[in-house]
Design a protein around this ligand. Sequence first.
Ligand code: PLP
Length: 431
Amino acid sequence: NNEVNLMERIKMKSEDLFKDAKNYLPGGVDSPVRAIKPYPFFALKGEGPRLFDVDGNSYLDYCLAYGPLVLGHSYPPVMEAVGQQLLRGSAYGVPTEAEVNLAREVVKRVPCAEMVRFVNSGTEATMSAIRLARAVTGKKKIIKFEGAYHGAHDYVLVKSGSGAVGLPDSPGVPEETTRNTVLVPFNDEEAITNLVEQEKDEIAAIILEPVMGNVGCIPPQKGFLEFLRKITSENDIILIFDEVITGFRIASGGAQEYFGVTPDLVTMGKILGGGFPMGAFAGKRELMERIAPQGDVYQAGTFNGNPISITAGMETLKNLDKDYYRESESKGLQMRRGLGDILEDAALEYQVAGLSSMFQIYFTPTKVWDYAQAKTADVEKFNTYFRTLLANEVFIPPSQFECCFISAAHTPNDIELTLEAMEKGIKAAEK
Ligand code: PLP
C-alpha cells in the first residue's frame, strides 16, 4: 500500500512542481514554448537519445533542447572537456587561446566566415548582425520572411515563428522599431523583386533561415537562395543567413555549404555551444572589421566567448566529421521515409518535411513552401499526435510549428521504435 502511495506521489511530481513554478516564474517556465499543456514534465537528467523526468519516465528525445544537443544528452567527451575546463575557472574577462581555436575552426568550416564574434545567444547574434548590416550600408530597412524566427529582440519580433504565432507583434515593441522590418513570404521571388525595385535605397539586409525551422521545416525552393544572392549583390544589400539551426547541422559548413550559396554574414548558435549558452556571427573580413574595437560598430558582452561554452562547442565540432553527416542523412531519410509509409498506408495526404537530421509532419494536404501554407495545418490533430507520442515515451517539440531533430545518439532501432509510436499518434489524431 505504501508503495502504491509512493508511486502516486511520484507521478504527481511534475504537476506539483508546475503549480509551484507558476508562483515564481511567469507561466511557470522561462521560455513560452515549454509550457506544455496541461503541465510540462520536469527534467531530471538526459543521457544519449533519452530525457528522464522527475516522475520516473524516460522519452526518446527529438526536441534535444531545441537543437543544440546534436550528439545527444551528456555526450561523455563534451562533459569531460567541460569538467576539465571548470577546474580552471568559468569566466576570465580576458581572451583565451580556446576562443581563437574555435574561431579558426568556424572559419575553416563555414564558407562566408573570415572573422567571428562570439556572443551568448542566437538572439544576440542576429541583433548584432543586423546592426552591422545597417552600419555598412548606411540603410535602415531589413527584409524578413513571414514565420521566420531570429530570436526575441525587437527588430525581428514580427510574424516570427512558433513561439510568437498568434502574438506577431508583442506589446512593448514600439511601432517605430518594427517600421523598418519588412515582411515577405518565403520562396516568393516576385514579392522580393518588387520590394527591392521600389525600396533598394532603403534596404540594408535580407535575413533568412535558409531552411525555415520555426514554422515546422520548410526548405528553400530550387534556385531561391541563388536568386537572393544575386538580387542582394546587385543592390548593395547584405545577405544574412541565420544558421542558428542549420549551422553545423545539415553540413559541416551549414546551409551555405549544403546549397552552395555564400551569404555576406552568418549567425550561429545552438550546436556551436555544444549544449551551453552561445551564439556567434561571422562573415567577410571587410564587414567584420567594422566590429568594435577594430571598427566603430559596437558589440560587447560580459560572457562573450565564455570558456565553458567555447570548450563544449569545440569538443562538439570535433565529433561532427564526415561519418556524422553521412549517418545523419541516412537516419533522417529513415525517419522521413518511415513517416511517408505510415501516411501512405493510412491513405492520408499529409506532408512529411525536412532534410538531414530535421523533420516534421504537417497535418495538411497542402504542400508547404511558406508560412501561410504551414498555417493550414490542423493544430488539434498535431496536439493529439504529440500527446500520444508522449504517452509512448517519445518527446518532440510540442508545436506543429517547430522542427524535430535526430542526434548522433539515436540508433536506427530507436527510430524504428519511434515510428511505431508515430503510427499510433497519427491514428489517434484521425479518430
Ligand atoms: N535564429 C533561429 C533560426 C532560431 O531558431 C533561434 C532560436 O530558436 C534563434 C535565432 C534565437 O536563438 P536563441 O534562442 O539562442 O536566442
